[in-house]
Design a protein around this ligand. Sequence first.
Ligand code: G6P
Length: 362
Amino acid sequence: QFAQKDGYRFFMEKEIYEQSSVVSDCMLGRIKDNEILFDEIEASIIEGINEIKICACGTSYHAGLTASYLFERLSKVKCNVEIASEFRYKDPLLTKDTLFIVISQSGETADTLEALKMAKAAGLKTLVVCNVDNSSMTRVADATILTRAGIEKGVASTKAFSTQTVVLWMLALYFAKAKNVISNELLENELHTLREVPKTLCISDKIHEKMKRLSKRYLHGHGFFFIGRDVFFPLALEGALKLKEISYLHAEGYPAGEMKHGPIALADPELFTIALMPKNLLYDKIKSNVEELSARDSTICAISPLDFELADDFIKINKTDHYMLEFFEMLIVLQLFSMEISIRLGNDVDMPRNLAKSVTVE
Ligand code: G6P
């Protein structure tokens, strides 16, 4: 309640910098030797489950979308994700072989809470991934996994997202192991990578300075497309959402391969493309998508560990050997990008206009 900015300009900045340590907290006691442990749930939660349905709003929805790739890839369970306000009124078909997961920083978002109650009333097993203990959702759900991010004051969510993503990634591995669908070798490698995440989230002065400098040029943008593939698509959505929330600039997140089906018609030098180009996942595919945009004169800002000659601006991230480490490296870049633009525009970074931290009305 008495949170201080500790020398940072805004709570959002402090929270971006805290991510490395809160992600460590969130893994504490949950990764042991060659295993994932969640004392708060039973491995039997996945028994008889053929499908996972995730429901959430805002940034938490983006964590859910990211997780859907991991649940299918690692746990080999069908997974779909829905925005809670859409789910509520579509007369959803719910079957008892579905595990219903809601994700919420606050545990109080009205639409997500109602979706959870609907699933529970339909007899589904329910699980909430939440940052606030004893919140409404934790009282309704059969099981709770806390993200341990600490109080988040900035309206634009940052550390809640990174901890949610890590919890869901661990959960995907936990299910994979319980279902016996993952090789020891792959599991070992994933756990090793998870342990590297806090280090990846440490922010160098160099990258922050770079984002400060770049923000000068990009605050004049009229339209931004953040593009990525696979888990970098939800990350693109999150990058665009951050920019909208605190900079009030128009931004869209898009799956890179989908640009040719419409949005590429907008390409001209005034269109800023922020391209997420990981080395470890579909690099050639995203590269050719970005080349198409460059050929149509879009201004390209590429974020990648690999040099990319067509980029008008290039943000180099560290070379790693796992796409999820690239994911977190890029997350930091995107968060700093929107924050620095917002600061230059003179906006109130922590309390953006028209937004609330927690939306408890429909
Ligand atoms: C509000 C906040 C967002 C947040 C969303 C969902 O719109 O401004 O930052 O992502 O609610 O909140 P929740 O607490 O359910 O994660």
